[in-house]
Design a protein around this ligand. Sequence first.
Ligand code: NDP
Ligand code: 13P
Length: 321
Amino acid sequence: MSVAVLGAGAFGTAMAVALARDGQAVALWGRDAGVVRAMAETRENAGRLPGVVLPDRVTPVAEIAAAAEADTLLLSVPMQSLGGVLAAHPGLWDGKRLVACCKGVDLKTGRGPSGVIADCAPGAVPAVLSGPSFAADIAAGLPTALTLAARDAGEAQALQEQLSTGSLRLYRSTDMAGVELGGALKNVIAIACGMAIGEGFGESARAALMTRGYAEVLRLALARGAQAETLSGLSGLGDMVLTCTSEKSRNYAFGMRLGRAGQAEALATTEGIATARAVAGLAAREGLEMPITRAIAAVLEGEMTVEQAGGALLARPLRPE
Ligand SMILES: NC(=O)C1=CN([C@@H]2O[C@H](COP(=O)(O)OP(=O)(O)OC[C@H]3O[C@@H](n4cnc5c(N)ncnc54)[C@H](OP(=O)(O)O)[C@@H]3O)[C@@H](O)[C@H]2O)C=CC1
Ligand SMILES: O=C(CO)COP(=O)(O)O
């Protein structure tokens, strides 16, 4: 089984490096031919993952069809770009294992990564790779553990074996909904935690937000048919712990800047913003109790300040835990 990476950002490049160091030949597709040429010449992705040498087995390619010859394709573009990339090349995906590495909810359809793959590439086998991992850590060969989910247990095991390396340990799951919801929603809670620290609410408040945020994630995931064990695993609790406690997280750092300065510039990968909007809407429609997510969405819409959001959460009626 051969593997390629679509999306030459930090995470895609890190995965290509990890798999190549483990002995696999990996095509790495980037949409910008100039960036691809520079990677091939300098053996570095200077813009997205500076300082990491691309092993010889990584081949940067500017033609998506060349990368899509592989059996397994890691989709490492931001969540809001996933549908567009798949829809733009409809002839490439039949029979391929498409492993989504992005975390979030597509704003146009309300679907997670596997739903977007099912819509845009119905002839492919969808899978999801998620969990606590900074691209720089994977690229440095530091010990990392993630969850690989596919609907079919045999597919999940085949992908687990193909994509695990000496330092990257994958656990397998068939609970696609649980894995992708945990990955999407931890970004919302990370923004909340960043806001709390930036505003000066303190570390106790952050611990409360992580814990009560986890309760919200679990509530939504169970309502979507996910298994509780998945949410307490790497792709749920594991990623929430990492993302809510590290300024290396773009979502957490964004929240922190917003808490400190009242405004902050978002990146395409500040994926918790779109997720907060999508999930706050569906929580309201479906009567799901998700007060933290709704408060974060309100702050992001400019309907309240971080200070007001904190006050509103504290003023909620007292209830059993
Ligand atoms: N960085 C990390 O530590 C981790 C990231 N992830 C996930 O991986 C995904 C990618 O993140 P990451 O690599 O960090 O992000 P980056 O911002 O580093 O890279 C995103 C890449 O996607 C490319 N891209 C964006 N839109 C398109 C498009 N329409 N067509 C083709 N390529 C496109 C960008 O190209 P260009 O440079 O031309 O804009 C860029 O190369 C995210 O969903 C993220 O949540 C998961 C775990 C860890
Ligand atoms: O998902 C991540 C770690 O698992 C990276 O977090 P950010 O997308 O917030 O940078």
